[in-house]
Design a binder for this molecule. Structure first.
Ligand code: PLP
Length: 371
């Protein structure tokens, strides 16, 4: 069996450092907003090339609080893409705003700047490009469009720790960037966690207040806030893991390159790494016109796969109130029908990549081509 992902090998490889970090927190007796969170914030800001970073409870909350800090108000429209994880849209809804959508570019699977332009209305207050699967959205044109109209840009970098766009790491390219530390992410804790990074001091201060009941000084509340804090245990774990992130991303890229090579002459479409950036392959998502059959064949051959994501935002039951119907975002809808994520994690044995490719070739040979 080749699992889609697994986290035990990574823990085994760095067990002594992780155990020691956890032990130190337990013995220190301080568990929420302490030295580890502060240090991780500095280290992660530095990693992203940003001035500030603020640890929060999850990637979803990072987006929610960043949107509020950028001034999003109830009734505003916030533009994102249809083919993202639902939490991108949930965060927009939590902020009281209406998710509005721009279709994607088929090569990058990310926001198409031309659609973005046409989705903007007088109510648009922010844009949330998603760096899906670990590849940057085309931030240059997106930022140009936003700056011309004084609209904030909040990057959803939940899948993009270390992703580069034109030589810069994503996160601080817009007004704020939001990361998830969910365990399976390229940088993941052993529980939930998230981070907002920004170059804007005001945004950083606002998120600091919002995450901690709206207080700067204990029991003196200047705004109405939430409880969304990264805990010391997760921060201590993430500080250890941050030191390995570049090596793990390199290992993911090596596995992606091998998949690319072994699947090159098949009919499945492998991901395209665009010339403007560096993909960190949080997911290795292929596309096939016979996706469901291929998935069943892989499953029967002992290969785990996942579909990211089978239903675009505008066709989700939860977002029926937006009033869209099938056909509204044709590129994202086609993507949802064809996309399939193959096993991908830094410790995935190269022989497993070879085996997965062999199974896909067997599918094509035995049942005919998928396109
Ligand atoms: C693109 C995207 N945005 C937002 C999130 C939400 O992050 P979290 O699960 O940490 O709340 C995720 C994680 O699943 C994601 O993949």
């Amino acid at each position: 069996m080749i699992p889609f992902g697994e986290l035990k090998s990574q823990y085994a490889a760095i067990k002594s450092e992780i155990d020691e970090a956890i032990q130190t927190v337990l013995e220190g007796g301080w568990f929420v907003l302490g030295e580890n969170v502060e240090r991780l914030e500095m280290e992660f800001a530095d990693y992203c090339g940003a001035k500030y970073a603020v640890g929060v409870g999850s990637g979803t909350e990072a987006l929610h609080l960043a949107l509020l800090a950028c001034g999003v108000q109830p009734g505003d429209e916030v533009i994102t893409v249809p083919n993202t994880a639902v939490p991108t849209a949930s965060a927009i809804s939590f902020a009281g705003a209406i998710p509005s959508l721009a279709d994607i570019d088929p090569a990058s699977c990310n926001m198409d700047p031309n659609w973005l332009e046409s989705a903007i209305t007088s109510k648009t207050r922010a844009i949330v490009p998603v760096h899906l699967y670990g590849q940057a959205a085309d931030m240059g044109p997106i930022l140009d469009i936003a700056r011309r109209r004084n609209i904030s840009v909040v990057e959803d970098a939940a899948q993009a720790h270390g992703t580069e766009y034109r030589g810069r790491r994503v996160g601080a390219l817009g007004d704020a960037g939001c990361f998830s530390f969910y365990p399976s992410k390229n940088l993941g804790g052993y529980g939930d966690g998230g981070m907002v990074v920004t170059d804007d001091e005001e945004v950083a201060r606002k998120v600091q207040l919002l995450r901690n009941y709206g207080q700067k000084v204990r029991y003196y509340h200047s705004i109405k806030g939430f409880n969304s804090r990264l805990d010391e245990m997760q921060a201590a774990i993430l500080r250890v893991k941050l030191r390995y992130l570049d090596g793990w991303n390199e290992a993911r890229r090596e596995r992606a390159a091998l998949y690319d090579r072994l699947l090159a002459d098949t009919s499945v479409r492998t991901p395209t790494e665009l010339g403007y950036g560096r993909h960190v392959y949080h997911l290795y998502a292929i596309r096939s016109q016979r996706r469901d059959e291929l998935q069943r064949y892989l499953e029967a051959s002992g290969v785990g796969t996942v579909i990211h994501y089978p239903v675009p935002i505008h066709l989700q039951e939860a977002y029926r109130d937006l009033g869209y119907s099938a056909g509204a975002y044709p590129v994202a809808e086609r993507h949802a029908r064809e996309v399939l994520s193959l096993p991908m994690y830094p410790e995935l044995p190269l022989e497993s990549v070879e085996r997965v490719a062999e199974v896909i070739r067997g599918f094509e040979g035995g049942i005919g081509r998928t396109d």
